[in-house]
Design a protein around this ligand. Structure first.
Ligand code: GLU
Length: 257
């Protein structure tokens, strides 16, 4: 299978902005094992801004563009250094791809980045993508990595996109405020009822919420790619998802994975 895995900032970092070492080590180990089992994996990793915040000792996530971009340029180094080191333990070679909305909208550039991705997969490297936050201003920004991950999944005809987040999946109501909220295990059609459940949830570390995840689901379902939202605080869920066990919320027109 060709699998795109998106890791959100809240999965990678503690609320301090510093790396959640145990979590990231576990994720890298499991992804290495999944690759060893013969699957092709592409990672879309957030965390550049969050980690830059930690490293620069800023008090909170910046809202102005120059500080965000400065934090991203510091944090992206830290992020790739960490991935390179951890995946090297299992003999996997990482590759960094930083893209913006321009690279997706311009046909030639889009084709270029798809060619690079496909070649990296043929070479058995592990592509790790993020938005090029240091240059992505309002006009060319994709804006969130849920959407970026879905665009990547669509571009390389992935079979599966897994969004690792700080929530278990899509709920029937806001689980923070409604004790009767239940997890929806399978969505086979994105209708108004489902969109109404999105609310405006967002963690204080990352960018996306349920709205961007449903947007990602739409891109995936339109091209026949299954998408799963799962809680990144349990990295072993990645095995369960591949084994077809019920984890998180699966968005697929047909049966589960
Ligand atoms: N590109 C941003 C970062 O690396 C994250 C965007 C997102 O979380 O959706 O910090």
């Amino acid at each position: 299978m060709r699998i795109v895995i998106k890791i959100g900032t809240s999965t990678l970092a503690h609320p301090t902005g510093h790396l959640n070492i145990r979590r990231v080590e576990e994720i890298c180990k499991i992804i290495s094992d999944i690759k060893n089992a013969g699957h092709q994996v592409i990672l879309v990793s957030s965390g550049a801004i969050g980690m830059g915040v930690g490293k620069l000792g800023l008090r909170s996530r910046p809202t102005d563009i120059p500080t965000k971009q400065a934090a991203a340029s510091v944090g992206q180094c830290e992020l790739m250094y960490t991935y390179d080191m951890l995946f090297a333990n299992y003999n996997h070679t990482v590759a960094q791809l930083l893209i913006t909305g321009d690279d997706v909208e311009n046909d030639t550039r889009h084709q270029n980045f798809c060619n690079t991705l496909n070649r990296l997969l043929e070479l058995d490297a592990l592509p790790i993508l993020n938005e090029n936050d240091t240059v992505a201003t309002n006009e060319i920004v994709i804006g969130d990595n849920d959407t970026l991950a879905a665009i990547v999944a669509q571009s390389v005809n992935a079979d599966l996109l897994i969004l690792l987040s700080d929530i278990d999946g899509l709920y029937s109501a806001d689980p923070h405020t409604d004790p009767n909220a239940t997890l929806i295990h399978q969505v086979s059609e994105l209708n108004d009822e489902i969109y109404a459940l999105a609310g405006v949830s967002s963690s204080n570390q990352g960018t996306g919420g349920m709205v961007t995840k449903l947007h990602a689901a739409k891109i995936c379902m339109d091209c026949g790619c299954t998408m799963v939202i799962a809680n990144g605080s349990h990295p072993a869920y990645l095995y369960d998802i591949l084994d077809g066990k019920p984890v998180g919320t699966v968005f697929s027109e047909g049966a589960c994975v």
